[in-house]
Design a protein around this ligand. Structure first.
Ligand code: HEC
Length: 159
């Protein structure tokens, strides 16, 4: 008598095995791949922060000059490194290399959605994945490599 499992069962096991191999491999590459400022972090800042935290610009509709909120700018590596003056008149570094929990640029994005200080101040919170990109990059030493941020132009700016 044939003691082998039926063919269907065999291929099912094979598929299960394949899936577990893929799962292990993808986890490995996630852990191994360093987070790059220019490739992973800057696009999050550009898309979710810079409309309020970049150079002053003239609003096309009102003609008014719009200053960065709180005087805080993240539109260049130099400005991120320099830090900003907080409500208590203290110079704060938004990014403290190796210490995500002390880096306001990351911690403000993780506040509860209804918190007064959550960033972005309006619109949807960052996704968990986006928060983790910021966290990992800071944890891995907040390396900017030689990234030079392009000039940021607010979509509402007068052309
Ligand atoms: C819609 C406008 C807006 C957007 C978008 C926005 N912010 Fe802000 N941000 C503010 C305002 C307003 C303040 C408060 C400034 C003040 O205290 O005068 C602020 C303050 C901050 C502070 C200072 C917190 C403190 O008290 O030390 C940090 C850090 C910050 N933002 C980071 C970010 C980050 C990171 C993003 C993107 C994920 C972001 N912000 C997106 C409006 C915005």
């Amino acid at each position: 008598m044939n003691q082998d499992p039926p063919l269907q069962m065999k291929s099912f096991r094979r598929i299960l095995f394949l899936f577990s191999v893929i799962a292990v491999l993808s986890q490995r590459s996630e852990a191994a791949e360093p987070v790059e400022f220019g490739k992973h972090v800057y696009p999050i800042l550009r898309d979710h922060c810079l409309k309020c935290h970049a150079a002053p610009y003239q609003d096309a509709r009102t003609g008014r000059t719009k200053k960065p909120k709180g005087g805080i700018r993240f539109d260049s590596v130099e400005l991120i490194k320099k830090g900003y003056i907080n409500d208590d008149d203290k110079l704060v570094k938004g990014v403290v290399a190796g210490k995500p929990a002390e880096s306001s640029l990351y911690t403000v994005t993780t506040l509860p959605a209804d918190h007064d200080d959550i960033m972005p101040a309006t619109g949807d919170p960052l996704t968990k994945e986006q928060q983790n990109v910021l966290k990992q990059w800071i944890a891995q030493g907040a390396d900017y490599s030689d990234f030079k941020a392009p000039v940021y132009i607010n979509p509402k700016a007068k052309k």
